[in-house]
Design a protein around this ligand. Structure first.
Ligand SMILES: C[S@@+](CC[C@H](N)C(=O)[O-])C[C@H]1O[C@@H](n2cnc3c(N)ncnc32)[C@H](O)[C@@H]1O
Length: 152
């Protein structure tokens, strides 16, 4: 199984890298994680213009990745699900794409194209924290599906 995590993010060293590495390794017995961070000059320009321009710039770079039938967007206002429901998202899939938005989230037009829009809770997190929580939930989800004691 392959899981792509596609984020609007600058490719830069982060204090979260060791966490991503550890969680990705833990998940590797169940699935291969591909972590794609996307950022370009148009996004930088749009950030100086407006929230709307920024969301449009995100859509432009994320849209080419929106294919297949398992495109899941992470959004604070999405459907709040528990870890059991999250595990069902992983069950029996060959590929899944999770999308993490930029500082201004996602454009409504892009949200409407997703197969699912899920929330990790009502609080707003930075994209880096959201990715950490997502990775942990992926590992927890596989633990639930395989009756592994990690999820008690
Ligand atoms: C800084 S947040 C964007 C906040 C923006 N005001 C919004 O409403 O989406 C960056 C990204 O992190 C993810 N994120 C942050 N908090 C989240 C939450 N509670 N549930 C799901 N995703 C979240 C989303 O993908 C979001 O687009």
């Amino acid at each position: 199984m392959k899981i792509d995590i596609i984020s609007i993010a600058k490719k830069e060293k982060s204090i979260y890298d060791p966490l991503y590495k550890d969680l990705t390794k833990m998940i590797s017995r169940f699935a291969k994680i591909e972590d794609k961070e996307i950022f370009n000059k148009d996004i930088t320009k749009a950030h100086n213009l407006s929230a709307e321009a920024s969301q449009k710039a995100y859509t432009k770079v994320l849209k080419p990745y929106l294919n297949g039938n398992c495109n899941i967007l992470l959004h604070p206002d999405g459907k709040i699900i528990d870890s059991y429901e999250f595990s069902k998202l992983l069950d029996g899939k060959i590929t899944i794409k999770f999308f993490i938005g930029g500082a201004y989230g996602f454009e409504d037009a892009f949200l409407n194209k997703a197969d699912k829009v899920i929330s990790l809770g009502k609080i707003t997190m930075s994209h880096k924290i959201a990715k950490t929580v997502l990775l942990e939930q992926i590992y927890r989800g596989f633990s639930i599906l395989s009756n592994h004691p990690y999820h008690k």
